[in-house]
Design a protein around this ligand. Sequence first.
Ligand code: LLP
Length: 429
Amino acid sequence: MHGFSYKSGSLHCEEVDLNSLATTYGTPLYVYSGGTITDHFRRLDEALSGVPHEIAYAVKANSNLSVLRLLAAQGAGFDIVSGGELFRVIKAGGDPGHCTFAGVGKTRAEIIYALNEGIYSFNVESEDELRYLNQVAGELGLIAPAAVRVNPNVDAKTHKYISTGKSENKFGVDFESIADLYERASNDLPHIRLRGLQMHIGSQLTSIAPFIEAVEKVTPLVRLLKQRHGIEFWSIGGGIGIVYHNSLESGAAGWWQQREGTDAPLTIERYGQELVPRLKDLGLKILLEPGRYIVGNAGVLLTRCLYEKKGLAKTFKIVDAGMNDLIRPALYEGHHEIVPLTEPASDERVMVDVVGPICESGDFFCQDRELPDFQPGECVALMSAGAYGFAMASNYNSRPLPAEVLVEGATARVIRHRQDLDALIEGES
Ligand code: LLP
């Protein structure tokens, strides 16, 4: 489910008309479906019900306080990658005791903050970091709960910028070195409590095979670490992919094509069916760190068409959102469906590039795509923008950050105001 569909000729999020939101709050505007977020959380929880588990939502995907609060109310834990994310979780009422702290470059200040807040586990990415964590914990007279991230050297078959589980990636410790590292740590590092093992092979995985390969490869190591060091959890990371192509049901409007071979949908039920039997006899708590799966298809970015430019080679639809608002197409060649908020009256399509106002040729949302012939003044939705959308937005070209709205049923609430020009220069002199 994703909570977006045409009703009476106008695209809605749950019961709320998106054209009216665009008029009331302006564009560019992020809109999230609260019902979709909780539905995805519950479906994943249900799919894993055969094994003791905890879902630690990856805050980096969408860190708005209201989104975090919604997930905390569902019982989510949180996977964080910075002191800033921990601060957000605490402000949203999340429990640090259900937070894991990932990332290759934790600073001293971040380590101290997280130790004092009593997080569940530091997911450590190198021996150097583990020794430093031991030192800092010792200075504070504390014991740091830790898991090391194993790099299983498995090909996640995703975009190279979001693949993390191969030996050439900067993440984790080589599979072959982990057992010795745990041995050394338990002998030499008195301020570390080895609590678990972590892995994460990449993001936007659309096939189950790499997950199975990684779980099967790492299982003997996990058993060994449990036996020798009494670890209590195994985090199998995030990475569950979503459908970006054809992301409104084709039946709902029927005018865009499923592109073959691009997004073989990996259902959450399949994920559970394949992984639970492989995990349930380990006697460990299984942690999951999904980000995109929870929020990706729960959000859209609304943008208004400003101008049309017919050049010799191409037709450009120039919209008021730019790569600073949604960078995925520029950075990962990410595909987002582009859907007019007013349902097109005919099946007529035109070949266009949809581009933003930023002074870069990489500032496009699609190139050479057949779309309904929407006109200046009309709004479109960039679909599947709930994950790594606003979270990666910037002020490039001195553009204020867009507003965010959360829809629950027939209610729409601004959960972040549009940045104004004074806020844009705050802190500068
Ligand atoms: N755990 C760890 C250690 C991670 O590094 C990540 C994502 C996740 C969990 C959550 O992965 P997810 O379930 O969302 O796939 N900005 C990129 C994605 C970067 C992912 C970074 N790490 C994009 O827009 O595609």
